[in-house]
Design a protein around this ligand. Structure first.
Ligand SMILES: C[S@@+](CC[C@H](N)C(=O)[O-])C[C@H]1O[C@@H](n2cnc3c(N)ncnc32)[C@H](O)[C@@H]1O
Length: 606
C-alpha cells in the first residue's frame, strides 16, 4: 500500500497524541497510526490579540499542548488545535448554549475559515536531559453555512452537539446539514488535517537526495512533497534526527509557509498537466493593495468613527467623511473582505481586531504604526529597485531620517509620526522586555533612546524601587509629554534630552537599549557600547532588546522584509559577543514574546 511508508515511519516509535478529541483519535487510527492518548492539561488561554494571525495562535496552542506533556520520554508527541475564524474573530468551543447561539449566528449564511495548527514534537534523552524538536504547520479550509432560521439553530443547539466543538458545530454529524460547501481538506474541519500531516512526515523523514536538490533550487518545491509517491526503497528514508538538512523546522516560527507561494498546488498538477491556479502568488501580487486599503481607512479615522458610532450605513459614513458615497462603499466592502469590518443589515461595524488595534485611542492601538508605514516606509519601498542596483541604505538614503549623529533631519510632524509608530510597537513588547529577566537588584535604570517612555513605564511598574531615566534626542523628549498617561509610577520616571554619541550618559546601575543597535552600522555600535561600558559601574547591567533573529527566523518572511528598510537583525549570539567584547560578563539571552530577544550582561571589574 503506497500510503504506508510515511505513517510506517512512526510504527516502532512511542507516539503520544496530546488530545482528548475522539475525532482526531479516529482519523489517526483509521490511517493506521498506533499511539497512546494522553490528553493535554494545557488551558487554551493564550492571548489571541498577541498573535499576528489566527493560524499563529492555533499553532502556538498546538505546540503548548504537545510540550505540556509530562514527558516520560515518548519518541513523538502530536498536538493539535482547531479554531474557527469568521471575519477576524476566533471561535473556540462554546461555554454554554447562549455562547453556541452567538457563534452559530455569526456563521449563519457566511463563509468562514477553519484552521488547525499541528505540532509534531520529537523527543530524545541526552545525558539525562530531555531534548525536544518541534515541527509545526497549519491547514486552512473554507466552509460556507446556508442561511439558517432561528428555529433550526436552536434545534441544533438543543441537540447538545455544538458543546465540545470549535465554532459550535460538528461537520461530521448533524452539523453537516448546516453546511453549503467546503473548500479544502474536509478532515481539517473534523479536527485533523491528515493529508498535510502525512506531507509533513514525508518532509521530516525523507530529506531530499542530493541529486534532487536542483529541483528544490529551481522550483522551490521540496523534492519529496507528494508523499503518495514514496516507498522506503526509492526514497532512501532516514530519521529526522539524523538529517542535517531538509529535516524539521521547514515551517517557520511565525507561521510563514516554507514553500514558495503556489508551490504546494504546483506539486499537485491537474490530470491534464496544466498547472493549477497559483493562488498564493496572486495574493502576494495584491499584498500592496491590501496594505494601502488598511492605511487609507486608518487615515480617514474610519475605525475610530465606527468604534464610537457603529454600525453605520455607507451613506452616513460617506457624509461624515465628506467623501463620495460610491468610493466609500467600495472601501468599506474591501475592509469587510480583509476582515477589518463586519457588514450586517444595520450597516458596517468594526471587527474586534479593528477596535482593539486600529482605533487610535486604544491601549493596544497600532494606528501610529500604520500611519508611519503609509507616510514613510511605503516611500522607501517604492525605491527598492534603485536600492538593489546601487546598494543604497534604504532608510537613510530614501528618508534621510538620521543624517548626522544625533540630528533628526525631519519636520516636527514627521518626528511625531515616528514617535507614534515607536509608541505602538513598544506597547506590544515593553512588558515582555521588562520581565524577561528579574531586574529587581537594580535601583536606577537609564533607557537610552527610550522615546515616549513606554518601556520606562513598564519597568517602573514592574520594579517598585526603580528610578528610570529616559534619555533621547532633544526633539524627541520635547514631544514626549503628549504620550504620558499619568499614574503613580510616573513620579519615578524623568526625561533627559541628549545625544548618546556625544553627551555624558546619565548615571544608572542598569542601562537599557531597546531596538537601538539594529539602526547603526558596526563603527557606531562599538562607539555607543564603549561609552556605556565606561559609564557603567562594576556590577551594573546592560539590557539589550532587539528583533528576534535566531537563524531560522532570519530566513523567515517578516524579519527579511523588515531588514530591507530597517537593517539586518543581529543574532542573540552576536549580541552576546558584543556585550562580552565591551566588558560585560555573565551574559544571558532570553526570548521576550514573539518579536524580540533580550540580552543581559553584568559589567565586570575593568
Ligand atoms: C527605533 S527607536 C526605539 C525606541 C524605543 N527604544 C523602543 O524600543 O521602542 C530609536 C530611538 O533612539 C533615539 N535616538 C536615535 N539617535 C539617538 C542619539 N544619538 N541619542 C539619543 N537617542 C537617539 C530615537 O530618537 C528613537 O527614539
Amino acid at each position: 500500500m503506497v500510503l504506508c511508508p510515511v505513517i510506517g515511519k512512526l510504527q516502532h516509535k512511542h507516539v503520544v497524541l496530546a488530545s482528548a478529541s475522539p475525532r482526531r483519535q479516529e482519523i489517526l487510527s483509521n490511517a493506521g497510526l498506533r499511539f497512546e492518548v494522553v490528553p493535554s492539561r494545557f488551558k487554551e488561554k493564550l492571548r489571541k490579540a498577541s498573535f499576528a494571525t489566527p493560524y499563529a495562535y492555533a499553532m502556538e496552542t498546538a505546540k503548548q499542548k504537545a510540550l505540556e506533556k509530562d514527558l516520560r520520554a515518548p519518541d513523538v508527541v502530536i498536538g493539535a488545535d482547531t479554531i474557527v475564524v469568521v471575519g477576524a474573530v476566533i471561535l473556540e468551543k462554546p461555554v454554554d448554549k447562549q455562547d453556541a447561539y452567538r457563534m452559530l449566528s455569526r456563521l449563519n449564511g457566511k463563509e468562514h475559515s477553519v484552521f488547525t495548527g499541528v505540532a509534531i514534537v520529537h523527543c530524545c534523552s541526552k545525558d539525562g536531559r530531555l531534548d525536544t524538536e518541534v515541527s509545526e504547520f497549519y491547514e486552512e479550509t473554507t466552509v460556507k453555512f446556508s442561511e439558517l432560521s432561528e428555529e433550526l439553530l436552536w434545534e441544533y443547539i438543543n441537540s447538545g452537539e455544538p458543546m465540545d466543538k470549535a465554532g459550535g458545530y460538528g461537520i461530521q454529524a448533524q452539523g453537516g446539514m448546516l453546511v453549503e460547501y467546503v473548500h479544502g481538506d474536509f478532515l481539517n474541519v473534523v479536527g485533523f488535517p491528515l493529508n498535510h500531516f502525512c506531507k509533513e512526515l514525508a518532509r521530516l523523514y525523507y530529506p531530499p537526495r542530493p541529486e534532487d536538490l536542483h529541483r528544490v533550487r529551481h522550483a522551490s518545491i521540496p523534492a519529496v512533497d507528494t508523499f503518495e509517491n514514496l516507498s522506503d526503497m526509492e526514497a532512501g528514508g532516514s530519521d529526522p534526527g539524523q538529517s542535517a538538512e531538509g529535516g524539521r523546522g521547514g515551517q517557520q516560527a511565525d507561521g510563514d509557509r516554507s514553500q514558495a507561494p503556489g508551490a504546494p498546488d504546483a506539486a499537485l498538477n491537474g490530470a491534464d498537466g496544466r498547472p493549477p491556479l497559483p493562488a498564493g502568488l496572486l495574493e502576494l501580487m495584491d499584498g500592496f493593495k491590501a496594505s494601502k486599503v488598511l492605511f487609507t481607512a486608518c487615515k480617514l479615522k474610519l475605525f475610530d468613527m465606527l468604534k464610537d458610532q457603529g454600525p453605520l450605513k455607507a451613506v452616513d459614513i460617506a457624509r461624515k467623511l465628506n467623501a463620495c458615497a460610491g468610493g466609500t462603499e467600495w472601501l468599506l466592502d474591501v475592509c469587510v473582505a480583509l476582515g477589518l469590518l463586519e457588514k450586517t443589515h444595520r450597516g458596517y461595524s468594526n471587527t474586534e481586531v479593528a477596535t482593539l488595534h486600529l482605533a487610535s485611542d486604544g491601549e493596544h492601538s497600532l494606528q501610529g504604526l500604520a500611519e508611519y508605514n503609509d507616510a514613510h516606509v511605503w516611500g522607501v519601498f517604492t525605491r527598492l529597485g534603485p536600492a538593489v542596483q546601487e546598494g543604497a541604505d534604504q532608510t537613510r538614503g530614501a528618508l534621510g531620517v538620521m543624517e548626522e549623529e544625533g540630528h533628526l533631519s525631519q519636520s516636527r510632524e514627521m518626528t511625531l509620526q515616528f514617535m507614534r509608530a515607536m509608541h505602538s510597537l513598544s506597547k506590544l513588547t515593553a512588558h515582555h522586555v521588562a520581565t524577561a529577566f528579574d531586574l529587581s537588584r537594580f535601583t536606577s535604570a537609564c533607557d537610552l533612546g527610550g522615546c515616549t517612555g513606554i518601556l520606562a513605564r513598564e519597568l517602573a511598574q514592574e520594579y517598585p524601587r526603580l528610578q528610570v531615566t529616559v534619555f533621547d534626542l532633544p526633539e524627541v523628549t520635547e514631544l514626549s509629554g503628549g504620550f504620558q498617561r499619568g499614574g503613580r509610577q510616573t513620579e519615578r520616571i524623568r526625561f533627559v534630552p541628549g545625544d548618546f554619541f556625544k553627551d555624558n550618559l546619565p548615571e544608572a546601575d542598569l542601562y537599557v537599549l531597546s531596538r537601538i543597535l539594529q539602526d547603526w552600522p558596526d563603527d557606531k555600535l562599538h562607539k555607543l557600547l564603549s561609552r556605556i561600558s565606561s559609564s557603567c559601574k562594576p556590577g551594573g547591567g546592560l539590557l539589550v532588546a532587539e528583533a528576534a533573529a535566531e537563524e531560522k527566523e532570519r530566513a523567515s518572511r517578516r524579519p527579511r522584509l523588515r531588514a530591507l528598510s530597517a537593517g539586518q537583525p543581529r543574532s542573540p549570539d552576536e549580541h552576546r559577543w558584543l556585550l562580552q567584547r565591551h566588558g560585560f560578563q555573565d551574559v544571558r539571552v532570553a526570548r521576550a514574546g514573539d518579536l524580540l530577544h533580550v540580552v543581559l550582561g553584568t559589567r565586570a571589574v575593568p
